[in-house]
Design a protein around this ligand. Sequence first.
Ligand SMILES: [Fe+2]
Length: 311
Amino acid sequence: MSVKVFQTKEVQDLLKAASNLDGSNGNARFQQIVHRLLGDLFKAIDDLDITPDEVWAGVNYLNKLGQDGEAALLAAGVGLEKYLDIRMDAADKQVGLDGGTPRTIEGPLYVAGAPVRDGVSKIDINPDADAGPLVIHGTITGLDGKPVADAVVECWHANSKGFYSHFDPTGAQSEFNLRGAVKTGADGKYEFRTLMPVGYGCPPHGATQQLLNGLGRHGNRPAHVHFFVTDDKHRKLTTQFNIEGDPLIWDDFAYATREELIPGVVEKTGGEALGLKADAYKSIQFDVKLTPLVQGKDNQVVNRLRASVAA
Ligand SMILES: [Fe+2]
């Protein structure tokens, strides 16, 4: 079957009716977006002769995606979240905003509500025999290099199995294990005492991995640590760093890796005095430069549904 019906009046009228484009009710912006996305889908069906069987496979896939609760994970895996970052980077360039720590994707596994500590937080609550001690530390500054006091630094990362607390299918982790929040003092410094994470893989039987299998792609990420850095006088930064040496650093299924976000890992001793599980430990310095508000506003803050737990 190779018919072209997209440009017919019947189809164009159908699109307008389905999105209620000229209707007096509804939200005009929402109607505009639905009209465009539906139109792009209809046109793709015409252009590629997508068969009814293929369309229904796609519709049923959406059901599975929702049942698995993986729509936000898929958004990372198909590069949609990276694309939003590319657009925000371009917007920054347009207004001459340069020199801050680069942003990268948030991913779907943040949980709000971690207890906020002053300066230092030990965030490994549950024992993890396969993970060695790790100290993550750094200084939060503005573009002028001056320390930022009262910034809140949040981090979250996986355990040695690649699972995040709150989302761990084994139920092995308590709430806020390997998640923390620290408020900086006048020196702008923060420190997390924790355990070394490993990379994360999509749930093997979930909808995201199913789509990736069809594309012949893997669903793995290199070991990484997520950050939010929030301060009243600066834009909120959403970023991550990767653990240096991970073989997947440049083969991340979620496209989060950036050249500037691979700090060195240093071997240290003296961990017992810090309350770590062994004297020898690894240390990563990750300094963060925040960018100023744009015309008094945080134009890069992103509102999205996030998990939240009362601490
Ligand atoms: Fe992650």
